[in-house]
Ligand binder design. Structure first.
Ligand SMILES: [Zn+2]
Ligand SMILES: [Zn+2]
Length: 185
């Protein structure tokens, strides 16, 4: 059964929202022009691609929390070795690295202003963390360069997901992500 898949495809082809600026709607409402809720913010801020849509049809339709828009298969991912290196870094070592990349990505993609609130939350988090030694004291420069290259291929949202979760900020961050996604449509 691929008819559903074809349906959403023709719908998004007619709606070039990546080039349009939609008026912000009421909080909590996801744009009805999107093929799924998880597609909000596509391509830089959306959730990961829905495996069902890639396979043909997603029965969750618009309520699916994954992205139903086409994703580049070569979207960067960290390999096992690189994920291991990230774990060796403390939060105060990792956050500045991620923040640098997120700022660069927001700048490149033209949503630096909209991303400010979210980035400020992470910077605030960084300020209350115990100061840490430079990341070079934990990882060899070669590994750090390798990581840097991998991170520079990741989207803003992928980078954000690598940041350690903080319970106290969880709600504020979720809200900031939602606002950023809406602003970026
Ligand atoms: Zn997407
Ligand atoms: Zn789906």
């Amino acid at each position: 059964m691929t008819s559903c898949g074809r349906q959403w495809r023709s719908r998004w082809e007619r709606a070039p929202w990546s080039a349009q600026k939609a008026a912000p709607g009421p909080a909590g409402a996801v744009s009805p022009t999107l093929p799924s809720n998880g597609s909000l913010g596509h391509p830089d801020l959306c959730r990961s691609a829905c495996v069902f849509v890639v396979g043909g049809t997603c029965l969750n339709g618009q309520s699916c929390t994954y992205c139903h828009l086409p994703h580049d298969e070569k979207r960067a991912k960290l390999d096992k070795r690189q994920r291991g290196w990230l774990k060796e870094l403390s939060e105060s070592q990792l956050l500045p690295i991620l923040l640098d990349h997120m700022e660069a990505r927001a700048e490149d993609k033209g949503f630096a202003r909209q991303a400010m609130g979210l980035l400020q939350l992470l910077q605030r988090r960084l300020r209350v963390l115990p100061p840490a030694a430079r990341p070079e004291t934990v990882l060899a420069p070669k590994k750090l360069r390798n990581l840097d290259r991998a991170l520079s291929r990741m989207t803003f949202f992928q980078l954000l997901r690598l940041a350690p979760q903080d319970d106290q900020q969880g709600h504020a961050i979720a809200q900031a992500i939602y606002e950023l996604r809406r602003a970026a449509i």
